[in-house]
Design a protein around this ligand. Sequence first.
Ligand code: ZN
Length: 128
Amino acid sequence: MINREAYRFFCETAGGRVGFQAVCAAALARAEATLQAEIDLGLARILWELDEDPDLSWCDKRDLANFSSGRWEMLCCRVERRCLACNAWRVVECLGGIVVDVQARPRDTYPRVVEAELALTVDWHAAC
Ligand SMILES: [Zn+2]
């Protein structure tokens, strides 16, 4: 079962892959649902933190000013799973270098895409 709202959302936002949008959107919607189910069971969590080791090499003066003024943040998103055997949280997917416009964050669709993209690559059956 694919959630219609999620499917439509990912069709509109996963724009980087022309021609694969429908396939990608369905896969992302499914991955998001799986991730949410794991979170609801207390077996997974998503953590957004400041990127500890940001790569600013691509930035020009204006970009750097956006970071130093706090207008932009560079974040890292981690997906963690809880091991049923030892209860430890373990990072299963991680992506850094995610630039977020702080003021636009509440309506920013990118974090949701990132979370689904990461969820897509998690092997939910792998043991700790
Ligand atoms: Zn374990």
